[in-house]
Write a protein that binds this ligand. Structure first.
Ligand SMILES: NC(=O)c1ccc[n+]([C@@H]2O[C@H](COP(=O)([O-])OP(=O)(O)OC[C@H]3O[C@@H](n4cnc5c(N)ncnc54)[C@H](O)[C@@H]3O)[C@@H](O)[C@H]2O)c1
Length: 347
């Protein structure tokens, strides 16, 4: 008999929640409950998605029970209390990024889920991007040889808006600017491709928007392996921009969404007589790729015990640790060892 569809609750029904809901449906799960204190938004989503139960307080959702797993798609300050409540109710958690803004709180989330025997997956969905997944597989199979440099970029311009979206525009509501928002995804990808990071050196600037937070940032990274990395994040791009470039002793991978249909280009040298400019090249295309949906499928398969977790609470915590180290570095204008990252956001 096929397993019954898992029953899902979604906490926070704002912008990103649509990806979660669609991903669960595509994976054959059932969204049975929603929670959001903004009652108008809550009722509108309940109608739009035809969901039976809706709560203005997520604790009532857990009290009512009959849920296998939740997505936390609410602001970052809600991630810890919602995760702790889920663990206490024996419910698996897919938590949006960043896991938390405080290392102690993040560790408490990890401990609570481990003690309760529930899965905690963090929504660094770029790990589930077709190009990133293939790149990771090629790195692990040694296709690129020894990794020497990892370059990552995520940038946008708030869809051309003249202002940053309100919930992202102040330190009080968001905790940080582009270095936190886009940077935690990039920090996670850096570890995914290049393994653990030893030291970061960051610069931040506010160059376009009238906000108290940085809208432009870059980070120089030294991995434990000795390889180097550069991370660029910005709200000062033009349009949506995502890319990674991974260089190894035996070849390079190049991915960007900026040149028409996204593809991953693998450059290598096996043919004799190739020039300085020309190399052997293979290309991989990813039409129809849906990272969020693949990430949600991985979450459900982890719950069902058919695969290893793709992005654990520990992975989410390390991404936060790297962001905290980067803010500290930008503040001090000096390199900061990751082991000396502050435990919470102080800038
Ligand atoms: N994975 C990604 O690429 C990605 C992209 C965008 C946002 N995010 C993350 O998702 C989270 C939400 O971002 P968003 O863009 O959807 O924000 P949003 O402001 O559009 O939506 C957040 C929703 O959470 C609700 N909320 C606030 N307090 C709550 C509580 N106590 N319980 C339940 N709901 C509550 C708000 O009313 C709102 O409807 C953030 O942590 C953000 O960093 C991740």
């Amino acid at each position: 008999m096929p397993p019954r569809p898992l029953k899902i609750g979604i906490i926070g029904v704002g912008a990103i929640s649509q990806y979660h809901r669609d991903g669960y449906l595509a994976a054959g799960a059932e969204v049975v409950a929603l929670a959001d204190p903004h009652e108008l938004t809550l009722r509108a989503k309940q109608r739009q998605w035809d969901v039976e139960r809706a709560y203005v307080d997520f604790t009532e959702m857990f009290e009512a029970g009959d849920i296998d797993a939740i997505s936390i798609a609410a602001p970052t300050s809600v991630h810890a209390p919602a995760t702790l409540a889920a663990a206490a109710a024996g419910v698996h958690v897919l938590c949006e990024k960043p896991l938390s803004l405080d290392l102690g709180q993040g560790q408490a989330m990890i401990d609570a889920c481990r003690e309760a025997g529930v899965v905690l997956q963090v929504n660094h969905q770029l790990r589930s991007h077709g190009a990133a997944a293939l790149a990771k597989d090629m790195i692990d199979r040694g296709v690129l040889g020894r990794i020497t440099h990892v370059r990552l970029r995520q940038a946008h311009d708030w869809a051309g808006a003249s202002e940053v979206r309100t919930s992202f525009a102040t330190r009080e509501s968001s905790g940080g600017g582009t270095l936190l928002d886009n940077g935690c995804h990039m920090m996670d990808l850096a570890r995914y491709f290049g393994d653990d990071v030893e030291e970061v050196y960051a610069r931040t600037a506010t160059l376009k928007y009238a906000i108290e937070l940085e809208d432009t940032a870059h980070v120089s990274v030294r991995f434990m392996s000795g390889a180097l990395g550069t991370i660029e994040t910005a709200w000062t791009g033009t349009g949506w921009e995502e890319g990674f470039w991974i260089y190894g002793s035996e070849g390079a991978l190049e991915y960007t969404n900026r040149l028409g249909e996204p593809y991953l280009r693998h450059a290598y040298r096996r043919s004799p007589g190739t020039t300085w400019g020309d190399t052997d090249v293979s290309e991989h295309r990813f039409a129809g790729d849906r990272p969020h949906w693949r990430h949600i499928r991985a979450f459900l398969e982890t719950i069902q015990g058919v695969r290893e977790p793709i992005c654990t609470g520990e992975d989410g915590l390390e991404a936060v640790r790297l962001v905290l180290a980067a803010y500290e570095s930008a503040e001090r204008n000096a390199p900061v060892r990751v082991a000396e990252a502050p435990a919470t956001l102080t800038v």
